[in-house]
Write a protein that binds this ligand. Structure first.
Ligand code: CA
Length: 237
């Protein structure tokens, strides 16, 4: 996926260097020399990142932080000749993710851009709600690998158990062959034979209190595989 960067910088030479360094890191760039043009573009389409100079012919780039840039929710890196600590603090407090004092090596700008975007995507991932499904009185949290019983007691699932249960929960009522289940679980273990799935299924049945002789949750379909017989409801994901 191409990540787009809007650059608001009125010094053409500097702007070109920024563009070249960012392009080398795979960013797509759009360049603006005036606040007005930058704001028009921002309103039309929000980029992944903004790089904003402070001293501009039609105003101060810092003013954008509390307004247009805050609304756009694109992270911003300030690039400025103003190197005083007070200027930096003002910029960062106003919401900039980073502040680079000119002159700097454009490669550093590209590296900081990567860091800012990585931080963003990590934060977004951290905010994602847990994936919790409910079936037959059980709840399973696939984000924390917890199995929660009706009486709220919790049991942990191994990564392999969680992967297997996930395969069942994603396909209730459908027959899943051992081969299909192996493919789902294969990256997690090296016991690459049918029996390994049987062992895992029986462990999972035990955790779910499913009678191996007469299972009601994970049923065996002779010669075909297994079927998850419970109704699944996603509580969050
Ligand atoms: Ca300038």
């Amino acid at each position: 996926m191409t990540r787009q960067v809007y650059i608001l910088e009125d010094e053409a030479d500097a702007a070109q260097l920024f563009e070249r360094a960012l392009a080398a890191e795979g960013f797509q760039t759009r360049l603006f020399g005036r606040i007005a043009d930058f704001c028009d573009a921002l309103a039309a389409q929000c980029p992944d990142l903004c790089i904003v100079d402070l001293g501009l012919p039609d105003g101060d780039g810092a003013e954008l932080l509390g307004r247009e840039l805050a609304a756009a929710e694109a992270p911003t890196i300030i690039v400025s000749g103003r190197g005083a600590l007070a200027d930096k603090l003002r910029g960062l407090e106003a919401g900039a993710e980073d502040y680079l004092v000119k002159p700097f090596d454009p490669a550093e700008l590209a590296a900081r851009a990567q860091v800012v975007l990585r931080r963003r995507s990590n934060a977004a991932r951290a905010q994602k709600p847990d994936e919790i499904a409910a079936f037959a009185g059980w709840r399973v949290n696939f984000s924390t690998f917890h199995l929660i019983a009706t009486d709220d007691t919790e049991d942990g699932l191994s990564k392999a158990e969680a992967a297997l249960l996930r395969a069942f929960v994603d396909a209730p009522g459908r027959v899943l062959s051992r081969t299909a289940l192996l493919e789902i679980c294969a990256p997690l273990g090296d016991e690459a034979f049918d029996r390994a799935i049987d062992v895992r299924v029986s462990r999972l049945r035990k955790k779910l209190g499913d009678d191996p002789k007469r299972p009601t949750l994970i049923k065996t379909v002779y010669g075909a595989g297994y079927v998850f017989a419970a109704k699944v409801e996603w509580l969050s994901r």
